[in-house]
Ligand binder design. Structure first.
Ligand SMILES: [Zn+2]
Length: 628
């Protein structure tokens, strides 16, 4: 079974050229459009979908099945085998094969492309820059080196000399051989340099072994293994690529756990343990715990929606990563002061990502692994059901802090701590609700608690710097890129010369204000005939990545190519008309707003004239479209 695991990751390494940036993701700009096209062409949508959905009923070139994206009893999910797309008549999900993989595997666009490349064994070629290529070859070797190390750890694990390790994991920790295989658990033997020797003999350079944290050099200059006599946990990124190791001691080392240092392919603050498994679980929430053993033990007991940090306090980047997969998290940290502090620090980071947090409350001093080991999975499941909302948890800690070891609560201290917490709650209804509850708890009138909370709130409010205080936080106006802008850009990349074809010169001012400087650059690049798809992607990377343009532009290329009757120019003209109409509508709305506050009849008439003439222009543009 381990072989299958190795083969699986090996296959994956073969298809992945390198792990470009820390955290693993390959920028899409490295993948030329031709390769993306080939990946789409070779991944026949019917066979891809059939790996997830049973398709049968056929009508014309449509196959039907039960939609995997919403729950239904009669099939409304269709795959069009002639046009290579899927569409659900129920929930309106639809798109090409990449979109399907994005949705069903919960992946970003570049990751879905890589996933499909792997599926058909396409090597994703990099651009020809020799520097980039060199860098990526090095990353590739680093990956291979980690994989060889994982093999070494596994061989040591199944060696008769490691019987005690197996006894510990299988008997004492009650883990199954299967789950150990799934997680690739291994053993670093109790030897000074056996791994270093093994990898060195395979031709990996010492600087690489040192960067990966597998080898160290003593002051006397002797080479030695960093991980010795430890249970080894391979760390995979969200796509299942091996990027690091964690090791748990079997001896009496001071450090119970040690971890690979950050390297060019690993940054612990950007990754989460077991996210490669958990992201596939489509449950309502993820469980966030502290350690490898907790995660594996929960997985073994059916809680596969579990991830863990990697030996650091939760970082903002990890919170962001979690936010991509879930909007609800149950924190299952160790029930000791260190764990509780870590929870208190993690909550605001998660809430900043709009993730709803709950906290698992376990008996003092236990961790999820112990708990499930001692009480079983049903009781653990009940704990999950009863997890406390973040605010309740903070109040509970305040109460504990105000209590004597004998359990009597100092009401004044508790009241002070609790009202501090409540005064920081932004929602007035929530403040009142909890004030009420606190009042009952310490048997005073709700009004008096409310008064303290609001007083503290206004004091806090006054002390805060002015900028933060404005009652309605000034947000950037949310900005969605228009479809016609995307369509025009696709046409422009397809044929640079259309920049000259329009009846009137295309100007940056035809586009939404937010992207005008980007458009200037693109237009001038097209005028030189230099605007290619990779170049467009480079421009987009520099611009605001939240536009989601990369994902949205691709379907337009096939649209342009598939329209037999019309030229790219016609396509571009239509997009331009759309853009110009949008600008006119914007102008009209501004005038109408002015009109509302205007009292002078003269100016009113003037403004109305303007509105009229804009309406006429819009109609004219629409008619032009009709005449084609
Ligand atoms: Zn559906």
């Amino acid at each position: 079974m381990f072989r299958a695991f190795l083969e699986d990751i090996f296959l994956f390494f073969r298809s992945v050229v390198g792990v470009a940036d820390k955290g693993g993701e390959i920028p899409l700009s490295f993948i030329p459009q031709e390769i993306i096209d080939e990946i789409i062409a070779r991944n026949d949508i019917e066979s891809v979908v059939k790996e997830y959905v049973q398709l049968d009923k056929k009508s014309g070139s449509n196959m039907f099945g039960l939609c995997p994206f919403h729950s239904e009893n009669t099939p409304s999910f269709s795959v069009n085998t002639a046009k290579n797309f899927f569409y659900c008549f129920g929930c309106h999900a639809g798109g090409n094969v990449i979109k399907f993989i994005q949705m069903i595997e919960n992946l970003t666009f570049p990751d879905a492309v890589l996933f499909l490349a792997k599926r058909v064994g396409i090597e994703v070629e990099l651009n020809d820059d020799p520097e980039v290529r060199k860098k990526h070859n090095y990353y590739k070797q680093m990956s291979a080196c980690l994989l060889d190390a994982a093999r070494f750890f596994y061989k040591s694990f199944i060696d008769p000399g490691a019987k005690h390790v197996k006894y510990y994991l299988l008997r004492q920790r009650k883990l199954s051989a299967q789950v150990l295989t799934t997680f690739g658990v291994g053993y670093a033997p109790d030897s000074w340099d056996s791994l270093s020797k093994y990898l060195y003999a395979k031709g990996y350079s010492e600087p690489m072994l040192i960067e990966l944290g597998l080898t160290r050099r003593s002051r006397q200059g002797t080479r030695y293994d960093f991980f010795r006599n430890r249970i080894m946990f391979p760390v995979f990124d969200h796509l299942g690529r091996l990027i690091a190791f964690g090791g748990r001691t079997l001896g009496d080392d001071e450090a119970k756990y040690i971890n690979s240092p950050d390297s060019r392919i690993y940054s612990k603050g950007n990754c989460l343990y077991a996210l490669n498994f958990a992201r596939k679980e489509k449950g309502a929430f993820l469980i966030l715990c502290e350690g490898y053993m907790d995660t594996i033990s929960l997985y073994e007991n059916g809680f596969k929606n579990t991830v863990a940090g990697l030996g650091t306090a939760l970082t903002p980047n990890q919170a962001r990563l979690l936010g991509q997969y879930t909007k609800k998290i149950i924190l299952a940290y160790d029930s000791d002061p260190a764990g509780q502090n870590a929870v208190l620090k993690a909550i605001p980071l998660l809430e900043k990502e709009q993730i709803e947090c709950k906290v698992l409350v376990m008996p003092e001093g236990s961790d999820p692994d112990d708990y499930i080991h001692n009480y079983g999975k049903e009781r653990f499941s009940a704990l999950l059901d009863n997890a406390l909302p973040a605010l309740d948890f903070r109040l509970l800690l305040a109460k504990n802090k105000a209590s004597t070891p004998q359990g009597s609560v100092n009401i004044l201290v508790y009241q002070d701590l609790a009202t501090d917490i409540l005064s920081g709650v932004a929602n007035a209804v929530v403040r009142e609700l909890y004030s009420d509850r606190l009042a009952k708890d310490i048997r005073v009138s709700p009004a008096s608690i409310m008064e303290v909370v609001e007083k503290k709130r206004s004091r806090e409010y006054a002390e805060r710097p002015k900028k933060e205080r404005s009652p309605i936080p000034r947000r950037k106006k949310s900005f969605v890129l228009e479809e016609s802008a995307i369509a025009y850009l696709a046409a422009l990349v397809e044929d640079n010369s259309i920049v000259y074809d329009a009846a009137e010169e295309v100007k940056a001012s035809d586009f939404q204000e937010e992207i005008r400087s980007l458009i200037e650059e693109l237009l001038s690049s097209a005028k030189k005939g230099e605007l290619t798809f990779p170049k467009l992607l480079n421009y987009l990377e520099k611009a605001d990545s939240t536009l989601g343009l990369k994902e949205r532009i691709l379907p337009y290329f096939s649209k342009i190519r598939n329209q037999a009757m019309r030229s790219t120019k016609d396509f571009a003209d239509e997009a331009l008309r759309g853009l110009r109409i949008s600008r006119l509508e914007e102008e009209k709305n501004t005038i109408l707003q002015k009109l509302e506050g205007e009292t002078s009849q003269e100016i009113q008439t003037e403004l109305l004239h303007k509105v009229n003439s804009i309406n006429l222009t819009i109609t004219k543009i629409r008619n032009e479209a009709g005449n084609e």
